[in-house]
Design a protein around this ligand. Structure first.
Ligand SMILES: Nc1ncnc2c1ncn2[C@@H]1O[C@H](COP(=O)(O)OP(=O)(O)OP(=O)(O)O)[C@@H](O)[C@H]1O
Ligand SMILES: Cc1ncc(C[n+]2csc(CCO)c2C)c(N)n1
Length: 263
């Protein structure tokens, strides 16, 4: 008899980065980078920005920080907010960032990386590559990148953003909007997803965007998959509901996990 296949390593996921500081145990927070895209800033942008190690704007994302941070912090002086919320880097093909915004941040010391010669990769792709190249961590799989404004809006941009998850399957990248978040579950691992019930759920989905799966197994969902296949044109798991604090997923193909955010 053939020996059974080796167990896959486990990977844990948590959205604790969305918890207010008062409920985050000191020292427990994971280090992450933030990328701001050219879409309306989600309401929790200041919170995530404050706790990030690195802040990168994708081209026109810099306009959103310049205009949007003072709007999200109405009790504070707009000029002071703008001065404090300074990106470390603005990177992209530079056709969307306004000249006065570029100059304002450049004068404050923001690094401007003009890649207008590259019209084959998206600005988000360029920003993720920059963060990986400049990360001091030897083990790149420890990098976590939160992408703000990635969903809703133009469908070609949304699909391009989701494609970036598949282009960097070994990096933890979370796409965020005001309403939901998305990340990739690589087929190389089994996944333990801790549900932060105060900020996320109950609606969720499990979607094979790149390749059909022939065997997906889950626990913790209202409608679990029991070694079931999923494909576009066949079954995909949308409008599912998380029923437990821990969801587990194992699959033979990369899947997208999505969960609603509470308002
Ligand atoms: N409506 C949107 N929905 C989702 N993501 C978006 C949207 N608009 C922009 N983005 C993201 O923000 C990044 C920077 O946006 P920006 O508008 O500067 O890009 P762009 O390359 O000029 O786009 P295009 O030339 O196609 O309009 C994009 O690469 C994309 O990832
Ligand atoms: C097949 C193909 N389709 C679209 C583009 C255009 N494009 C893709 S990414 C990008 C940069 C956006 O900042 C642009 C213009 C291409 N190059 N190749």
């Amino acid at each position: 008899m053939d020996p059974s296949p080796p167990e896959k390593p486990a990977m844990s996921h948590s959205s604790a980065f969305l918890l207010p500081s008062s409920t985050t145990p000191a020292g427990s927070a994971e280090a992450y980078a933030v990328v701001v895209l050219n879409q309306r800033l989600p309401r929790f942008a200041p919170l995530l920005w404050d706790r990030a190690q690195v802040r990168v704007c994708a081209d026109g994302g810099a306009n959103r920080v310049f205009d949007g941070m003072p709007e999200l912090l109405p009790g504070q002086d707009a000029d002071d907010v703008r001065f404090r919320y300074k990106p470390d880097v603005i990177k992209g093909d530079m056709d969307s960032v306004r000249p006065e915004v570029k100059e304002y941040y450049s004068n404050l010391g923001t690094k401007i990386v003009d890649q207008s010669h590259d019209q084959d990769t998206t600005d988000l792709h360029k920003c993720i590559a920059f963060i990986i190249e400049n990360s001091p961590t030897a083990d790149k799989s420890n990098i976590c990148i939160l992408v703000l404004g990635a969903l809703g809006g133009r469908f070609d941009h949304e699909m391009g953003n989701i494609n970036v998850l598949h282009l960097f399957p070994s990096i933890r990248i979370v796409l965020l909007s005001d309403d939901c978040l998305i990340f990739l579950l690589p087929r190389t691992h089994t996944h333990n997803i801790h549900i932060e019930q105060s900020v996320e759920g109950p609606h969720c989905g499990l979607i094979p965007i790149g390749t059909p799966s022939t065997c997906t197994k889950t626990t913790g969902l209202r409608w679990n998959l029991d070694n079931t296949g999923m494909s576009y044109g066949g079954l995909i798991s949308t409008s599912n509901i998380v029923d437990e604090e821990q969801v587990t997923v194992t699959s033979d193909s990369d899947l997208i996990w999505t969960i609603s955010l509470r308002h």
